[in-house]
Design a protein around this ligand. Sequence first.
Ligand code: SF4
Length: 187
Amino acid sequence: MTITTSPARHRSLGDHTWQDQAVCNPTEYNPVDPETFFPGPEEADKIATAKSLCAQCPVRRACLDAALEAGDIHGIRGGLTEEEREALHTNLANRLDHSRVNDTLAGRDIHLTKGERRAVVLAGYRQGVTVERLASLLKITEEHALKLYRETRRAIRHRQIADEATRTTSAMDGSVALGRHDFGTAA
Ligand code: SF4
């Protein structure tokens, strides 16, 4: 199989702007062979060459995220081989990366996991991000964003009530223990 597209172009979700900075983009002055990034498991020299190019790449992190988000399991991405990325692909649905949450709040177009979307809503609520802005960040309707904020407010209230109950119980336990010591020494 002949590969003619650089690995950075093999994906489609979210923000694409990072691709222009990819070291694997072949140009007149940078004649990188895209095939280098699709080595066979035994091609150690090819793997080493691709990894050394990735090590110099300023968009390595964005490239790895893009491959994970697009479910792109082929070739070397972000400096990792197919085998090295396997566990990341498998566990992607459980990812909760706060730097990605913060980047989303800052306006970057990121394909988030469910947990990361929940974290964006919670952080947005706490930081006073408007319903309109949340809707735009998550690419949902304002009605949906408002509903998410209502659910968040309810969840926070329930947790506060639960925390309050725990604190009250602890305080009652503490007073019993204190009383026993005090009466013991006084007797
Ligand atoms: S990290 Fe490697 S595969 Fe990804 S864009 Fe950079 S050079 Fe290409």
